[in-house]
Design a protein around this ligand. Structure first.
Ligand code: FES
Length: 116
């Protein structure tokens, strides 16, 4: 059995290792039941195909559960290393193409697709 101190040390090591190895962009896509009904599967596949098509390597897509923004689905939250997360709402494949080009490739947030 590990002590509390050993567990704290282990958690700290995991966090350090995670931060060291994490990708520049992590795209979290809500795949809760309600999101799937709103088209989240197509959104997930569009992100995958656009990332592949544009040969973007330093990016990871992660399906996540309920985000609490059901009325704004489909939703993606983009975490860029060292910056605050950005929530894009009511996504469509066309919006994703613009997000990939403008945000992921050029580094400029697509403000018209954000929550207020
Ligand atoms: S299931 Fe996606 S925001 Fe509720």
């Amino acid at each position: 059995m590990k002590t509390l101190l050993e567990n704290k040390k282990f958690r700290k090591e995991l966090k350090t290792e995670y931060k060291k190895n994490r990708k520049k962009f992590i795209i979290k896509i809500c795949m809760g039941t309600s999101s799937i009904c709103s088209g989240a599967k197509e959104i997930f596949k569009t992100f995958e195909s656009e990332i592949k098509k544009n040969k973007i390597s330093d990016t990871e897509i992660i399906p996540v559960g309920e985000t609490g923004l059901n009325s704004l689905e489909p939703i993606a939250i983009i975490h860029e290393k060292g910056k605050d997360p950005i929530q894009y709402i009511q996504l469509t494949p066309a919006k994703i193409k613009k997000i990939i080009k403008q945000h992921i490739i050029e580094g400029n947030i697509v403000k018209e697709y954000l929550t207020n």
